[in-house]
Design a protein around this ligand. Structure first.
Ligand code: PDD
Length: 318
């Protein structure tokens, strides 16, 4: 069936509406959307929906040339060209395609597309007889143990790290969510949560993981890393745990309080790309002596050996 789509200012057939695989909506969920009801050919509350979309884009720092007028006019043009009078319109605005980095690209080429489909029928008696519901835990952003592409929060953490000129954003849970910032500017401009905290101060949350890495702390020769719940249990994390056991260190998977970062002798990150990466400073506080520690060094060395022996065995087999 022929379906028309508005894509970046042009109306094209859906099969010709090509969006890059590198679009950040595809890679990270780095985009916004609206759904608008079309009644008798008129887009209900179009202005309000477009306003919310543009406000979201401004809050997330998506830079684009779209205006309230140009988006509304695109939506109306699509409605007119499809001729659909009872419909459901979908508008999506993403940060667009870019080489995959969690932090925002220097130049943004946002993607906008709009679709309009005939309205899905609602059972005739639903409104008169009423409907039933079921309760569910609110798992939004909660499926961290699966390596899903719902990575907008991770992108924001990495963008904050990037703007502060540091390697990684360590994510904390248990902070006062009522006080969370409402725009990426506010979020990124704020100092780290521990900047003004000293070890004796009040609870400052639990460390879960980095934006794209797992985290370990070392204190008095003992190693700890946050448990698998609420993190992506990385492949590199698993190897680091194996290596730490092999080397005879005491290792625990347990909750790690944010303030442990302030008193740790060593902190390190693990990830496929970063491998075993020492952390020497958290929110302006030096970790230990302010230089990579011996246990991190030992594990990093063992990791390099593990990689080399795997590569060698592949060569032998080849
Ligand atoms: N990310 N935690 C998160 C949220 C991650 O995105 C990653 C890896 C890790 C470490 O997992 P592994 O050791 O399996 O790489 C932990 C990749 C590197 C990325 O998104 O680029």
């Amino acid at each position: 069936m022929s379906q028309l789509v508005f894509l970046d200012g042009r109306i094209v057939e859906v099969d010709a509406a090509n969006v890059s695989v590198l679009d950040r909506a595809n890679l990270f969920g780095d985009g916004l959307y609206e759904v608008i009801r079309c009644y008798s050919g008129s887009l209900f509350e179009l202005g309000t929906h477009v306003e919310r979309l543009l406000a979201g884009a401004a809050a997330l720092g998506v830079t684009h040339d779209w205006t309230q007028e140009s988006l509304e006019s695109g939506a109306r043009r699509l409605q007119a060209e499809t001729g659909i009078v009872e419909g459901e319109m979908y508008i999506q605005l993403s940060r667009g395609p870019a080489v995959r980095t969690h932090y925002f690209p220097d130049s943004q080429f946002p993607t906008v597309f709009i679709t309009l489909s005939p309205v899905r029928p609602i059972p005739a008696d639903a409104r008169t007889a009423g409907t039933s519901v079921i309760t569910c835990p609110d798992m939004r952003h909660g499926w961290c143990h699966l390596k899903t592409v719902n990575l907008l929060s991770n992108c924001l953490a990495k963008e904050k790290a990037h703007r502060h000129g540091v390697w990684e954003g360590l994510m904390l849970r248990g902070l006062d969510t009522m006080a969370l910032p409402g725009s990426v500017e506010e979020y990124c401009d704020a100092p780290g949560e521990l900047a003004a905290v000293s070890p004796g101060d009040e609870f400052a949350g639990w460390v879960t993981e980095g934006a794209s890495a797992n985290v370990f702390v070392v204190k008095d020769g003992r190693i700890a890393t946050p448990p698998k719940q609420n993190i992506l249990p990385g492949v590199t994390r698993r190897i680091a745990l194996e290596l730490a056991n092999e080397a005879g260190y005491e290792v625990k998977e347990r909750r790690v309080s944010a303030k442990e970062l302030l008193v740790a002798d060593e902190v390190f990150l693990t990830s496929t790309v970063g491998e075993i990466m020492p952390v020497v400073n958290v929110d302006g506080h030096s970790v230990g002596e302010g230089e990579p520690g011996p246990i991190t060094g030992k594990l990093a060395h063992m990791y390099t050996e593990r990689v080399a022996s795997c590569a060698a065995s592949v060569q032998l087999r080849g």
